[in-house]
Design a protein around this ligand. Structure first.
Ligand SMILES: [Zn+2]
Length: 136
């Protein structure tokens, strides 16, 4: 059976979708400790609090390929690698926003997300809601 992706089928708002939140190893450790992913103010998106998610599981998190696909561009040379760790989550479809749907609201950032060679911004999803991890 092929992998079904949110972009290609039409779920109901209550359907749960599996996505991956990429972060640095420190962020991943904190998330696992607290059991929740919290939205963070996004400097480039008018300071709005979002959680970024990807409909993509990198075979090698932290690789150059992962950085390209996830459009990771460090602001500072010593910034943590936010593609190094993937936290798999299950999220209500109705709580998701598809990043390409915000292209008119944030045209500059949309352009920027497409400009990274090899980036796949149509794999990117966001939510304003904290995501509780399911008990292991
Ligand atoms: Zn870190």
């Amino acid at each position: 059976m092929g992998r079904r992706t949110p972009a290609r089928f039409r779920p109901d708002a209550e359907d749960r979708i599996a996505l991956t939140h990429y972060t640095c190893p420190h962020g991943a450790a904190r998330i696992r400790r607290e059991g929740v992913i919290r939205p963070m103010p996004q400097f480039h998106l008018e300071g709005q609090p979002w959680i970024w998610l990807a409909d993509y599981q990198c075979r090698r998190p932290g690789s150059e390929n992962a950085k390209r696909i996830l459009g990771f561009w460090p602001e500072e040379p010593d910034d943590c690698d936010k593609t190094a760790a993937g936290v798999r989550v299950s999220i209500r479809y109705g709580d998701l926003t598809f990043w390409p749907e915000l292209k008119d609201r944030f045209p500059e950032q949309w352009e920027r997300s497409c400009a990274v060679r090899g980036a796949k911004p149509w794999f990117w999803w966001m939510t304003h809601k904290p995501i509780e991890l399911e008990p292991q």
